[in-house]
Write a protein that binds this ligand. Structure first.
Ligand code: COA
Length: 263
């Protein structure tokens, strides 16, 4: 397994845990984190043993967003280099959102600025009720630019118009109410139990079907019902003929567990 400077990566069978590991700065991400997270998610895409990824943070907080000392250094670079650094940051969020395996966010403490962006880029996030979120960039005279496509997709432009403009902080319950997280839990033990339950749901589903479901959402989200008829019909026609689907359907009809379910 690759060793990283800013990530703590461990495996539990088919589950890969990626923990941001700069607790002294509340897991703020600098250039190294940006590079290493992309590398880690590229490896997940290639690796056939990983079926689920859990993204979390070591220490008091999930992530305090972009490292502001690094942002300051970046702003002093020549414009092309400044832009390249920002693009790398955008690609880090994309590598999470586009990961071929389902990604669960385990969110505690704070998820501010780009930390809220990381929450928006995972497939399903769980947090503690007292976790603090916020698109706080305007408080620093900047904007949540590279994270905006991910956040807008989760919470919609209407809510973003308040949260991007005010930079106000909000808690986990509110994050659940607006759809940024799937569930907010009463404490960290309940949070871990909810993450575990999601892992078990994912592992009892066909791995190729889970990956296909993720791609389906991406492909269909922008289509009208009429436009969706042909591509979605093709989708199910092709998928139900695959060995995995044949096994899943035969297992149900034969009243047995599908072969991919861990014993
Ligand atoms: N970038 C760089 N350093 C950061 C950081 C960030 N985004 N967030 C926190 N840190 C550093 C602090 O400067 C401090 O460093 P120090 O120990 O050298 O003084 C250390 O992390 C701990 O932070 P502190 O504020 O003392 O911890 P806290 O637990 O009281 O509060 C936060 C944690 C996350 C609420 C608070 O640090 C904060 O509001 N951070 C800024 C978040 C933000 O606006 N992010 C948007 C970035 S675009």
């Amino acid at each position: 397994m690759t060793r990283y400077q800013t990530l703590a990566v461990s495996r539990d069978g088919p589950v890969l845990h990626i923990r941001l590991d700069r607790p002294e700065v509340r897991n703020a991400f600098n250039g190294t984190v940006v590079e290493e997270l992309q590398l880690a998610f590229r490896e997940v895409d290639r690796d056939t043993t990983t079926h689920v990824v859990v993204l979390a943070g070591n220490g008091k907080s999930f992530s305090a967003g972009a490292d502001l000392a690094w942002m300051q250094q970046q702003s002093a670079l020549p414009p092309e280099q400044n832009e390249l650094g920002a693009e790398a940051m955008a690609r880090m969020f994309l590598s999470i959102a586009r990961c071929r395996k389902p990604v669960i966010g385990r969110v505690h403490g704070h998820a501010l600025g780009g930390g809220t962006g990381l929450v928006a880029s995972v497939d399903m996030a769980f947090c503690t009720e007292d976790c603090v979120f916020g698109l706080t960039e305007v408080k620093l005279g900047i904007v949540p630019a590279v994270i905006s496509p991910f956040v807008l997709q989760k919470i919609g432009a209407g809510r973003a118009r308040t949260l991007f403009l005010t930079g106000e902080r909000f808690d986990g319950r509110e994050a659940q109410r607006i759809g940024l997280v799937h569930r907010a839990l009463a404490g960290e033990s309940a949070l871990d139990a909810a993450v575990q339950q999601a892992i078990e749901e994912l592992l009892s589903s066909g791995p190729k079907a889970v990956a296909s479901a993720k791609e389906l959402i991406r492909n269909v989200a922008g289509l009208s019902m009429e436009e969706a008829i042909t591509p979605t019909s093709r989708w199910i026609a092709q998928l139900r003929a695959t060995p995995e689907a044949q096994e899943g359907i035969a297992a149900f009809l034969g009243k047995r567990k599908a072969g991919w379910i861990p014993s």
